[in-house]
Design a protein around this ligand. Structure first.
Ligand code: ADP
Length: 439
């Protein structure tokens, strides 16, 4: 028999015994009833305690009861504990999941059925210009005020992505954000965003590059085919024939130089940066480059330039010898090509405050206006277009120099004053430079 039944019987018996002592069968019966009533009040109180506790459902504050109620409380307590554990682990899993989405380089926004923001990671908020905490619960269409976005959201055709302007570092420089909505669940939406500014810039650069190369090749090609047609259709005097052939050879040479520079650039971009490699004598590189420049000035200037190698620190530099030499020769060749004949060009090595070294070429040429300086190393960017063409320039020289410098951990720098001259430098980091200790 259970404890509750024993309790009930005991109380009924106690009531009946009290009634019986009153010498009346009716009292005996009534006593038994009162006993049963008292028991049910006590039992009801215990049930109330259990119900109150169950309402709060806290495993730690279980009421201390014995018997069947105690057993019930214990079982409920175990069940509540199990559910609490389960809830805790799914909370932790949800937090991990949200932290992973938070770390995503792409933006993620969850929208409810009426288009209000339920959750968003920081990336999406930055892409679209809202606050991921403060703007929770706001209608996304009120926060992203862009006609294309509003039409996209209202149209309901989410099979494609759209591109909108995001908040950039400056109002004149917005970022390009690609955005797509993916419906899920009951009219809910997942909105993914991606910053495609760099991709678009690369695509524009690629298109410009192809257009530039085509243009650069088309010009000599048109000249060349014009001469070929002329020579095919008109009988020429020997002197004209020879002049035409000279001009054709010049154009063919121009195309060759262009293709060669393009190949050099693509090699520099496509290959890994040179390791420490060999240690090359700085003096040897300088005299080699100066010799080439002297050859160039004698070939193209009626009055050759004065090219002076200046004494400097006795040093070794590490890297790819052919690349370094080509970069140094490029700077000297530019100085020769842009400085009027007879001008003075000085070049050499000097140490830098950071322990690195720099190769410099200073000329007494026309100088370059400040607005051109930031763009000089762009491919095909020319300040003096006709002078560049006349002297066989491809517009790729400084782009090559910049790449070589960067591949060696350094950079290119230009100081120039209009009418006075320019100084170009290739700075190399300390790790690429070793000064020879004398003695
Ligand atoms: P290019 O083959 O046309 O010389 P570069 O990339 O070597 O191309 O140089 C880019 C432009 O920078 C040149 O077209 C020229 O206008 C300018 N430039 C380069 N070096 C000098 C210099 N020493 N003095 C004046 N202008 C220069």
């Amino acid at each position: 028999m259970t404890r509750r039944a024993i309790e009930l019987l005991l109380l009924v018996a106690l009531g009946a015994v009290w009634g019986w002592t009153q010498d009346s069968p009716a009292f005996t019966f009534a006593g038994g009833l009162v006993g049963a009533l008292v028991w049910s009040i006590f039992d009801g109180l215990r049930a109330r305690r259990v119900l109150r506790w169950l309402n709060k459902a806290e495993a730690t504050r279980a009421p201390n009861l014995s018997g069947a109620w105690g057993e019930l409380v214990e079982r409920c307590r175990k069940l509540i504990k199990k559910l609490e554990k389960k809830a805790q682990s799914s909370d932790a899993r949800l937090e991990d999941f949200l932290a992973a989405i938070q770390a995503s380089p792409n933006g993620v926004v969850l929208l409810d059925s009426s288009g209000r923001i339920e959750w968003s990671n920081l990336t999406a908020a930055n892409h679209l210009g809202f606050d991921p905490q403060r703007d929770l619960g706001q209608y996304v269409r009120n926060l992203v005020r862009n006609p294309a976005f509003t039409a996209y959201l209202a149209g309901g055709d989410f099979g494609h992505e759209i591109q909108i302007d995001g908040p950039g570092p400056r109002p004149s420089q917005p970022t390009k954000i690609s955005l797509q909505v993916h419906p899920y669940g009951k009219k809910r939406k997942l909105m993914l965003t991606r910053d495609v500014t760099a991709v678009q810039l690369a695509e524009t650069m690629r298109r410009d590059f192809v257009a530039n190369v085509s243009h650069e090749i088309r010009t000599p090609l048109t000249v060349l085919s014009g001469f070929v047609e002329t020579m095919q259709s008109i009988p020429l005097e020997e002197a004209d024939r020879s002049r035409y052939l000279d001009l054709m050879s010049q154009q063919a040479h121009r195309m060759q130089t262009l293709v060669s520079d393009l190949l050099t650039l693509s090699r520099l971009e496509g290959s890994p940066a040179p390791g420490p490699g060999e240690w090359i004598d700085g003096e040897e590189l300088l005299s080699h480059a100066v010799q080439e420049a002297r050859g160039l000035t004698q070939a193209i200037s009626p009055t050759p330039h004065v090219i002076e190698p200046l004494p400097g620190p006795d040093l070794w530099v590490s890297g790819a010898k052919t690349e370094l030499l080509s970069a140094m020769s490029n700077l000297l060749s530019n100085a020769v090509r842009y400085t009027p004949g007879g001008g003075r060009i000085r070049s050499g090595w000097r140490m830098r405050a950071d322990g690195g070294a720099e190769f410099f070429v200073a000329d007494t040429g026309p100088g370059i206006a400040a607005e051109h300086l930031p763009r000089l190393t762009e491919r095909f960017y020319r300040v003096d277009r006709s002078r560049s063409r006349e002297t066989g320039g491809t517009g790729l020289g400084l782009a090559i120099v910049k790449h070589v410098a960067q591949r060696h951990g350094g950079h290119i720098d230009v100081q120039s004053t209009l009418g006075e001259g320019s100084t170009f430098t290739i700075a190399l980091p300390p790790s690429r430079v070793r000064e020879r200790v004398s003695g």
